[in-house]
Design a protein around this ligand. Structure first.
Ligand code: DGY
Length: 331
């Protein structure tokens, strides 16, 4: 056996990107399309110093305890709610994520979902495909406008701002946002974006787009109470994480037409989807694909690999979440 460090690629990715790892490490890969069960992940991590994961692998304290040789956990996702970063830091395990490279692609998709919900794309297509379309009518699948409407963004990080740019500069939307911290005036000005309290955002938005990271404090940030504040003509789009929206409450609100429509790319407990959401027509459902363009998925994977190589060869990982681990290692 060679004395190269050993790494595990826990989710299938592009072969040429795995080859980059082989230049430095002994590499074991997951060639299947599915993630491994937790026990299998732990078993395969034995003797490995690094792991490449996606948003689907749970890296928690029991796993870290069971894999004492692990030194680096690099995810190709920007979201890292599947990784217990403080537990990794305690054990001296470097963690990185993949920000920036997916911002524009994800914003494109969020905008597309919002438009699809507002203009009733999915339900009208289902009607046509199922042979239900018998004749044209004036009000058939009449939805709401995007241009000139009020865009409400919950979570004004990089992706939120990229959606705001599309809304303001491309569609003349009035941009409101709610975020823990306000943008600097020079960031707000080109978007004519205005910070408002969360309830105000819910009351005023014609189209609400949710882009906050998942954490215990954002769990069910939009539930029955929040939905009851929204306009009956409003749409809700969630490209953040399942769990930020209470899916059961949303399904009820959609069924009762308390809001007009929703566009959802993420779900509580995905890949399972709340049966109430599958039962209503006024929702567009996609399987967590907001960042899924080939160039962007390649860029995300390459960034995870850049981080893994740097973390295990004495370099500086470009997007480390706990870089203090490396300084501690060097002293
Ligand atoms: C991300 O990068 O966080 C996307 O949601 C894919 O997991």
């Amino acid at each position: 056996m060679s004395d190269k460090p050993r790494v595990l690629v826990a989710r299938k990715t592009f072969p040429d990107i795995v080859e980059r790892l082989r230049a430095h490490f002994e590499v074991e890969t997951n060639e299947g399309e599915e993630s491994w069960p937790q026990e299998e992940l732990i078993r395969r991590l034995q003797g490995k110093q690094g792991v490449y994961v996606a948003g689907t692998e749970k890296i928690d304290a029991p796993l870290l305890k069971a894999c004492p040789e692990l030194k680096a956990v690099c995810t190709m996702a920007v979201g890292y709610n599947n990784i217990d970063v403080p537990a990794c830091t305690l054990r001296g395990v470097l963690v990185s994520n993949a920000p920036d490279v997916l911002t524009e692609t994800t914003a494109d998709f969020g905008f597309a979902l919002m438009m699809a919900a507002a203009r009733r794309l999915a339900e009208s297509e289902h009607c046509l495909r199922s042979g239900e379309w018998k004749q044209w009518s004036v009000t058939m699948f009449a939805g709401s406008d995007i241009h000139g409407a009020t865009l409400g963004i919950l979570g004004m990080g990089r992706i939120g701002q990229a959606i705001a740019r599309r809304g303001r500069l491309g569609f003349g939307m009035n941009v409101l946002y709610h975020n823990r911290s306000r943008l600097a005036p020079e960031q707000e000005a080109p978007l004519a974006a205005r910070w408002v309290e969360k309830d105000e955002l819910l009351r005023q938005a014609d189209h609400l787009v949710i882009v906050v990271p998942y954490s215990p404090s954002s769990h069910h940030m939009v539930g029955a109470r929040e939905l009851s504040l929204m306009k009956p003509s409003a749409t809700l789009t969630n490209i953040a994480r399942g769990g930020v929206v209470d899916d059961a409450a949303l399904a009820e609100a959609l069924a009762a037409n308390r809001i007009a429509a929703a566009g959802l790319d993420v779900f509580e407990g995905e890949p399972a989807v709340h049966p109430g959401l599958l039962a209503v027509r006024n929702v567009v459902l996609t399987p967590h694909i907001a960042s899924a363009s080939i160039p962007t998925r390649r860029a995300m994977s390459n960034l995870a690999v850049d981080n893994l190589i740097a973390a295990l060869t004495g370099g500086t990982p470009p997007t480390a979440l706990n870089p203090e681990v490396l300084s501690a290692r060097r002293h």
